[in-house]
Design a protein around this ligand. Structure first.
Ligand SMILES: C=C(O[C@@H]1C=C(C(=O)O)C=C[C@H]1O)C(=O)O
Length: 304
């Protein structure tokens, strides 16, 4: 009987915050969050207008020059920042932290787990989400809606791609983006766990800035292969519609989400970016340490 991963817990709970098995269980659980939030986003049209800067006069009127989604991010993250969300090492804002208010609560007394770093790859996440993911998983707005808009003289290149649900779609965009961001930045915990297991394996390549060697050390092809297989099965199952009587509709044309799109999201974007975070984190892992501290780490026996 395969062991069932530990109940998903964030890094604070649990006895060993850097157990690789527990970290992987959290990554596995985030697969569900990402798939279901993509299913929710797929219910709305592409709405490309929401991702282009300068499209909303109403935003310009309030002095905001970014896109609708960037405004949604800044407004939402400003509130979350006051609730100290971004003092947690597993939470990273898309808005420049210097533009967000200070927390009204004292920082949560997190255990010092990660080495100090300023790694934030949310700009890359936002870019691939807008350019590749949203167009892939959304369907044109209904032809009837397009006809209604034509009748009202609403035209433009978004005629079939815009259902006007800018607020609802952006709310779900944030859920997808925050889940992908958490998943990708968990690469820091993965790297810290692997580093502590065998510092001597990493230290020479960190010191010689050898990204390729570091990426070779953190890459686990068998883990990635199993993940993509599991992801395809999950997305195929979660995408099934049911009849009013609760019978599954096994018609691929009525799937709630493009399953290939979900797998490609992980294979071409999420996994590579997670590994980039892992390597970026390793490259700063020795920053601020004395020669004696580094030598002590290098002399440590491998833990596994
Ligand atoms: C996250 C890990 O590190 C790497 C990245 C993976 C991913 O992004 O899914 C999977 C395996 C490794 O290649 C891990 O070892 O679990």
């Amino acid at each position: 009987m395969a062991s069932v991963p530990l109940p998903e817990q964030n890094f604070i709970l649990g006895d060993d915050p850097l157990s690789l098995d527990r970290i992987r269980a959290i990554l596995t659980r985030l697969e569900d969050t990402i798939i279901f939030s993509l299913i929710e986003r797929a219910q709305f049209a592409h709405n490309p207008k929401a991702y282009r800067r300068g499209e909303f006069q109403e935003l310009k009127d309030i002095g905001f020059n970014g896109s609708w989604l960037e405004w949604f991010l800044k407004e939402t993250e400003s509130f979350h920042a006051k609730a100290r969300r971004y003092t947690s090492p597993d939470e990273y804002p898309f808005t420049d932290i210097s533009e967000l208010p200070s927390p009204i609560l004292k920082p949560f007394p997190h255990p010092p787990i990660l080495h100090p770093n300023k790694i934030n790859v949310n700009a890359s996440i936002l870019s691939f989400y807008i350019q590749a993911i949203v167009p892939r998983i959304t369907r044109p707005a209904t032809l009837a809606l397009a006809a209604m808009k034509r009748a009202k003289g609403i035209t433009g290149d978004d005629e079939y791609e815009d259902d006007g649900n800018y607020g609802s779609a952006a709310f779900v965009d944030l859920e997808v983006l925050q889940a992908i961001s958490k998943r990708v930045h968990y690469g820091k915990f993965v790297s810290e766990s692997k580093f502590r297991d065998n510092p001597a394996a990493f230290i020479p390549h960190i010191q010689s800035r050898n990204r390729a060697a570091l990426e070779g050390l953190i890459t686990k092809p068998e883990v990635e292969k199993k993940l993509l297989q599991r992801l395809r099965k999950k997305a195929s199952l979660y995408a099934i519609h049911f009849t009013p009587e609760g019978e599954p509709l096994n018609d691929s044309a009525t799937r709630k989400i493009d399953v290939d799109g979900v797998v490609e999201l992980y294979e071409h974007y999420i996994i590579p970016l997670t590994k980039e975070v892992e390597v970026d984190y390793l490259l700063v892992r020795l920053d601020g340490l004395s020669k004696e501290e580094i030598d002590k780490l290098a002399s440590q026996e491998p833990r596994k």
